[in-house]
Design a binder for this molecule. Sequence first.
Ligand SMILES: Nc1ncnc2c1ncn2[C@@H]1O[C@H](COP(=O)(O)OP(=O)(O)OP(=O)(O)O)[C@@H](O)[C@H]1O
Length: 238
Amino acid sequence: MTAIAVSDLFVSRNGTEVLQGVSFDVEAGSVYALLGGNGAGKSTTLLTLLGFLSPDKGSASVLNSDVTKQTRELRKQIAYLPEAATLYPHLNAYENLAYFLDLAGKKIPHVALDSALDEVGLQPESRKKHMESYSKGMRQKVAIALAILRETPILLLDEPTSGLDPIAIDEFNLLVRTLAERGKTILMVTHDVYGACQVADRIGLLRRGELVGSFDAMNGQKIDTQVVHANFAERANS
Ligand SMILES: Nc1ncnc2c1ncn2[C@@H]1O[C@H](COP(=O)(O)OP(=O)(O)OP(=O)(O)O)[C@@H](O)[C@H]1O
């Protein structure tokens, strides 16, 4: 089943056409990595799926709902992690989770907060500390815990591993795979070819607003990263 469908999408920003006929599908329960250099249009694609930018032409749908009609129902299905997770620095992890879950109309028992934080691997001793003392990796974990607790089937991740150290990247990628195996559909945009190969089922290459290639990453297990890297470099620079 297709969870995210993007078809011949054209999107302009400030009068400049940024996306120029982008088409791709993301299968339910899979990880799709959209790779591309700076300014390729990766974030623009996510912002369009979130309904913040309107297509000039073409269409995009999430769970069969047109993204230009962002109903409350559709918003409930999508968790979005911007590059810098937007949580309150002066609240601790529990307080942040409780606050945002309350906004989402969910009352979740404390024990469930702990099991989500266990699942994402946030150390128990950090959970009562204000998040201003957290590293980026720790903030990402809380943001993913929030998505788990909101039970959104769709996750949109913008450069989720940029600025993380290699161990945190591996941990994050493992978590993304686990979530996909549990049925979540994940679209992540990234510059990180190696990470995309590790985590994605399918990879799309975006260059100056056009999708110039796509690969099956065979569940992130067997793909030859050097081949993708070479392809990416060649196509991104051509
Ligand atoms: N707020 C904005 N207003 C106008 N144009 C913008 C805005 N943000 C981005 N753009 C332009 O849209 C194009 C695509 O930007 P986008 O942020 O989607 O690229 P990206 O692939 O996510 O890049 P990066 O990897 O640098 O984040 C760029 O040419 C950029 O200058």
